[in-house]
Write a protein that binds this ligand. Structure first.
Ligand SMILES: Cc1cc2nc3c(=O)[nH]c(=O)nc-3n(C[C@H](O)[C@H](O)[C@H](O)COP(=O)(O)O)c2cc1C
Length: 340
């Protein structure tokens, strides 16, 4: 059995499997279930200062798309579907007390509950972070929510200077570790990661989901009746690309991978790409919190089969083995595998 312990900056985790912020972590029961399933950490559903962000949850909707593209009902899901959704944020009434209770439960299990803010404005984000820092051991600030392109209650920040400003403002308000969660919908996620670090982020989480649109070819109606945010197994290589490039650019940045992991093997893929922990949301929504226990077990088996005694030893190994295009020796003839 591999030693699964890891660290994201100053925060030690018993294993790298984290429940990401989502509707699965929006209630006390949901957070406790993820903790009891054995997650190393659980990121609570995000809040922010805008009542409109919480109201937006009333227009939230969630569509599953099978690999062929057809929409499938939730009772018929197999767990591998792409998830297209609209989402809002949690209401803040009683939120801190709930974070404090679940955080106590987490401590008893050697795990952590992390408070989360999906930003609107930087000042209020700092104030909410300061309150959270009194009851949880770390705060995650999401500056990349795709819904920010569709509604003003949350913001999607895509410029390095603005990421720096948000990070600096929130950093100054708290003395617990700060995780900054970034979008990939920007010219350079690498620059955003560097900006977040410059401004004092202890940890960078990447990459956020993308915006999506999916018309039904028989009815001509857009699924969900609107644009939305999308994620699924097909996003994993894209997420691994940005994590591995960020790792290659600066190995000192503690990275959390997110977007596309559905299994322990996928968590291992994130570690090999340079992440030190992995946040899963869709898998928990589709399969329930028990998927986190499966991931932990599957990760241990996968690492052992891959020859690793410690999860930490796997971090970034595939990046070290990856070559630039210029380093690939040319063949005598171009490859044409589709003719075989
Ligand atoms: C329904 C839903 C709600 C989400 N809500 C939040 C949120 O409130 N705050 C946040 O930072 N990320 C949120 N996310 C993003 C997830 O935390 C996660 O980073 C993303 O879904 C990619 O991981 P996955 O492929 O495991 O789903 C949400 C994702 C989904 C699907």
């Amino acid at each position: 059995m591999s030693d699964l312990s890891t660290a994201i900056g100053p925060l030690r985790l018993k294993n790298p499997v984290m429940a990401a912020s989502s509707e699965a972590t929006m209630t006390e029961e949901g957070i406790l279930a993820c903790l009891d399933a054995g997650a190393g950490a659980v990121v609570a559903k995000s809040v922010n200062e805008s009542p409109a962000a919480a109201r937006q949850l009333l227009i939230a909707d969630y569509a599953l798309l099978a690999p062929g593209g057809d929409r499938v009902g939730w009772p018929d899901r197999c767990g591998d579907e792409t998830l297209l959704c609209r989402s809002g944020l949690a209401a803040r009434d009683g939120w801190l007390a709930m974070l404090e209770r679940t955080s106590r439960h987490a401590r008893a299990l050697g795990a952590h509950v992390i408070g989360s803010i999906t930003v609107a404005e930087p000042g209020p984000a700092a104030e909410i972070a300061r309150e959270m820092a009194g009851v949880v051991p770390a705060v995650e600030m999401n500056v990349g929510a795709p819904h920010g392109r569709e509604a003003s209650a949350v913001r999607q920040v895509t410029g390095a200077e603005v990421v720096e400003h948000y990070t600096r403002t929130v950093r100054a308000a708290i003395d617990v570790p700060l995780i900054v969660k970034l979008p990939a919908q920007t010219d350079s996620p690498l620059e955003l990661a560097a900006a977040a670090r410059r401004a004092g982020a202890d940890v960078v989480a990447m990459i956020g989901r993308f915006n999506g649109f999916w018309p039904d070819p028989l009815t001509s109606e857009p699924v969900l009746g609107s644009w939305g945010a999308v994620g699924g197994p097909g996003m994993l290589p894209v997420s691994l690309y940005w994590v591995s490039k960020t790792f290659a650019a600066d190995r000192s940045v503690p990275l959390i991978g997110t977007n596309g992991a559905r299994s322990g093997a996928d968590v291992a893929r994130f570690l090999l790409s340079g992440a030190r922990a992995v946040e899963l949301a869709s898998a928990v929504l589709l399969r329930g919190p028990g998927v986190l226990a499966e991931c932990v077990e599957d990760l241990a088996d996968t690492l052992t089969a891959g020859g690793y005694e410690r999860a930490a030893d796997a971090v970034g190994v595939a990046v070290d083995r990856s070559r630039s295009y210029a380093e690939i020796p040319p063949r005598e003839q171009p490859a044409r595998p589709w003719e075989a």
